[in-house]
Design a protein around this ligand. Structure first.
Ligand code: PBG
Length: 328
């Protein structure tokens, strides 16, 4: 086996997996003024190098993303006001909507994906609306949530989003969003469904970044059990039936088997979300001098491609694109 490993040329000749900047999506947090302390950029402690951004700062990031050849940016919003229903999510003048419009105007060639969820907008931090079923703790009202999520997706499409990505994990939301987008004249806007999204400890830094930790309980009644793989495939197949155009597996590092399984079962384009905790682990270990950041990131991203991901959402996207340009 070693004959074909003897030189960079030979290794390049037989390399099975390719990683390109155009396959990478950069996650960005766009915040209303108070949520960023009145500043243009408010650094997020648990995610070194990532910040809550003003609309203008998000446009600057978008310019950089386009110059580096990234595939897209994905926007998350952090509002100043939250309420029970998360009504800020479908506010046409919300931070995400304003940022989408500004980015599409300034950098029209760059794809903009929006995360569709209520958790950043609800006072209780859950991904949908609550209902009292008279049996104790409030429960998440699936169908009422789906309606609000569809309204949110339409608001993003109206602002100019190129793709919408529901991350809430309510049942039936992909079908409802498809129907609503079609009815409102956005039949061409694809849905990137967070199909297999697990109730994961790896989202810790994100909840800090987006101020979206649930005020009570956890997300295990809607996000998936990390022990379940066959169920992830069922989720993916349902999303295909409901009209999803791309599927996502999230988190990424501990879920390579499911990236592969979803890819094989559906033949659909699959995105892997290299989440905040995965980013923070690499950053912290590199800062401590325990690992080489560049080599580790490129190894991780390549391995996700090898597992079957067509697209990777990662906070390392800009650095990775720079490193790829240097090595090629
Ligand atoms: C919103 C959402 C979350 C993430 C993406 N969209 C948080 C969650 O479900 O708690 C996590 C992303 C990351 O950790 O990088 N529902």
């Amino acid at each position: 086996m070693r004959r074909l490993r003897a030189s960079a040329g030979l290794r390049g000749l037989v390399r099975e997996t390719e990683l390109r900047a155009s396959q990478l999506v950069l996650g960005l947090f766009v915040a209303e003024p108070h949520a960023r302390g009145g500043r243009e950029r408010l650094e997020i402690d648990s995610m070194p190098g990532v910040a809550r951004l003003s609309v203008a700062a998000a446009v600057a990031e978008a310019h950089e993303a386009a110059a580096l050849g990234l595939g897209a940016v994905m926007l998350f919003g952090i509002p100043d006001e939250k309420d029970e229903d998360g009504s800020g999510a479908w506010d046409d003048e919300g931070a995400v909507q304003l940022a989408v419009r500004a980015i599409k105007q300034a950098v029209p060639e760059l794809l903009v994906i929006t995360d569709v969820c209520l958790c950043e907008y609800t006072s209780h931090g859950h991904c949908g609306v609550l209902r009292d079923d008279g049996r104790g703790a409030p429960v998440l009202d699936n169908d009422a949530s789906v309606e609000l999520l569809a309204r949110t997706a339409v608001s993003h499409a109206r602002a100019g989003a190129d793709l919408v990505a529901p991350s809430d994990m309510m049942d039936g939301r992909v079908g409802a969003i498809r129907e609503e987008l079609d009815a409102e004249g956005f039949a061409d806007v694809p849905i990137l469904a967070y199909s297999a999204k697990f109730a994961s400890a790896f989202y810790g830094p994100f909840r800090d970044a987006a101020d979206s930790a649930p005020a009570f309980g956890d997300r295990r009644s809607y996000q998936m059990d990390p022990a379940n793989g066959r169920e992830a495939v069922r989720e993916a197949l349902l999303d295909v039936q409901e009209g999803a155009d791309m599927l996502m597996v999230k988190p990424a590092l501990a879920y390579g088997d499911l990236i592969r399984a979803v890819k094989e079962a559906t033949g659909m384009p699959v995105a892997a979300y290299n989440v905040s905790g995965e980013y923070a682990m690499v950053k912290d270990a590199a800062a401590a001098g325990h690992i080489d950041e560049r080599a580790t990131v490129l190894e991780i991203l390549t391995s996700l491609r090898r597992a079957g991901a067509d697209t990777i959402i990662t906070y390392h996207a800009k650095d990775a694109a720079r490193w790829l340009a240097e090595t090629s």
